[in-house]
Design a protein around this ligand. Structure first.
Ligand code: GDP
Ligand code: ZN
Length: 458
């Protein structure tokens, strides 16, 4: 298939001093050379070398920007095509102008994800690695970037390859049994088949267990802070962010600041959600009812409920307490520096298993304990990212679940005495589902759909 030459700005526009334009395809070098003036023609330079020069509009012989140009000839490039990268220095206008010139002189604007798609189609990376590139671009925390990186380096791919090979071995044995029943060299007895399938099922289960953590690292723990007005929600937000971004006021119900932030609590990425309204929970329960409040909370991974140590419990508190019991939550009794008027016995009775922390946010007391509780709640404190293969991509999780279901079907089949050639089909399904994770046997449509989610220029 004939491919054309594509170009796009591959760094975030308007950030930092340098912008990079990437060109890939059979005409990458000649196209760049048409608008480049330097010591040598780019067509004459060795591969993987960097050259200083200027971008010039040939129509007017007018310099556009001072640049460094990197020439990389195939196959040792990201796309396995000829690649030229132009580092521009002059800000947004010259970069846009340079890109326009390239488009005028033989390149086409790349679609989102098209570079990565070419890398995939040319066998440079597999699909899970390509998706990792996408996750990497979106990664919001350091941990998320690490997960995406290790996937990019092929950890998940290797594990999937190994599991697929195991399945293939079983299938090979089965084929011998089914097609040549008289061939008794290495009979795959039902018992052995069951053991092997059980092993694969356990590996898939373990992989899925990491999915939740993978999601957490990628997106952060979605955290909602609830409590009556003036109980200290903004103060808690401040304590967690260590920045005074939220407005703290003396007047009840006046917290109207925009708050949606990522904070790193001992390596745990908290995504503090802006739940305008829910944060003023007293009226919200009256206004929209407990049912709707549930929906608002349902998007949260973690709920932090604040109570006031210096005031008696009121019905609004009790409503909130019964609400948060359904979620992973921590109850924080704040303002312990003031005389106690809350009935702690009643609180304990109402919260059941939910951990309770006492704080004085004003005196900066109890925050350590809150962080301890967070760590133990999510059992992430000791997790070494480098040691685990994480699945964090929704499509992967779905496919691995499907594979696991097929393998369980195999085991159920054997236990029910189903003929071996019947269970063979389920094994093949598992093999195919896993193949889809790494992009073997996926349809053209799916590939397009996946790559279209990329940012431009990747
Ligand atoms: P919100 O309405 O729930 O967001 O509450 P704020 O964080 O705005 O706090 C309301 C008021 O309570 C402010 O004047 C805070 O300074 C004060 N406050 C917050 N935490 C404490 C605390 O631990 N002790 C005392 N005495 N006051 C606090
Ligand atoms: Zn982007």
């Amino acid at each position: 298939m004939e491919t054309d030459t594509i170009a796009a700005i591959s760094t975030p526009v308007g950030e930092g001093g340098i912008s990079v334009i990437r060109i890939s395809g059979p005409e990458a070098v000649p196209v760049a050379d048409r608008i480049y003036r330097g010591k040598k023609s780019l067509k004459d330079v060795p591969t993987h070398t960097v050259h200083y020069g200027h971008i010039v509009d040939p129509a007017f012989n007018e310099p556009v920007d001072e640049v460094l140009v990197t020439v990389m000839r195939k196959p040792r490039t990201f796309t396995r095509e000829d690649v030229v990268e132009i580092s521009c220095h002059g800000g947004i206008v010259p970069v846009q102008k340079t890109l326009e010139l390239l488009l005028d002189h033989g390149a086409r604007l790349a679609e989102p994800g098209e570079f990565t798609k070419r890398a995939f189609l040319n066998g440079r990376i597999d699909l899970s690695q390509a998706e990792a590139v996408m996750d990497l671009i979106r990664a919001k925390t350091d941990s998320a970037a690490k997960v995406a990186l290790s996937q990019h380096e092929g950890r998940l791919s290797r594990l999937i390859h190994r599991l697929r090979n195991e399945i293939l071995e079983i299938l090979a044995h089965l084929a011998v049994n089914v097609d040549y029943p008289e061939y008794d060299a290495e009979q795959m007895t039902a018992q052995l088949l069951r053991e092997r399938s059980g092993h694969i099922a356990r590996e898939l289960e373990r992989l899925l267990e990491t999915a939740r953590q993978g999601k957490i690292y990628r997106e952060g723990i979605k955290t909602v802070i609830v409590g009556r007005p003036n109980v200290g929600k903004s103060s808690l937000m401040n304590a967690l962010t260590h920045e005074n971004k939220a407005i703290v006021t003396e007047i009840p119900g006046t917290t109207r600041d925009v708050i949606e932030e990522y904070v790193n609590v001992r390596g745990i990425p908290l995504h503090l959600l802006d739940t305008a309204g829910i944060r003023e929970t007293e009226d919200i329960i009256e206004r929209i009812g407990v049912e709707r409040s549930h929906q608002a909370l349902a998007q949260a991974d973690l709920v932090l409920l604040l109570l006031n140590y210096a005031e008696p419990l009121i019905d609004a508190d009790r409503d909130l307490l019964s609400l948060v019991r359904k979620y992973t939550s921590i109850v924080i009794v704040n303002k312990t520096d003031l005389p106690r008027r809350i009935n702690l016995e009643e609180v304990r009775r109402l919260i059941g298993e939910i951990p309770m922390i006492m704080t004085s946010l004003k005196k900066e007391q109890g925050i350590d304990e809150l962080e301890d509780t967070l760590v133990s709640l999510f059992q992430l404190g000791k997790v070494e990212l480098a040691d685990e293969t994480y699945v964090s991509n929704v499509r992967h999780i779905h496919l691995i679940r499907k594979a696991l279901e097929s393998v369980r079907e195999v085991i159920r089949g054997i236990d029910a005495g189903v003929p071996l050639d019947m269970v063979e089909i389920d094994l093949k399904n598992a093999w195919e589902s896993l193949g889809e994770v790494i992009g073997e046997a996926v349809s053209e449509d799916l590939i397009d759909q996946i790559f279209s989610q990329f940012c431009l220029g990747k």
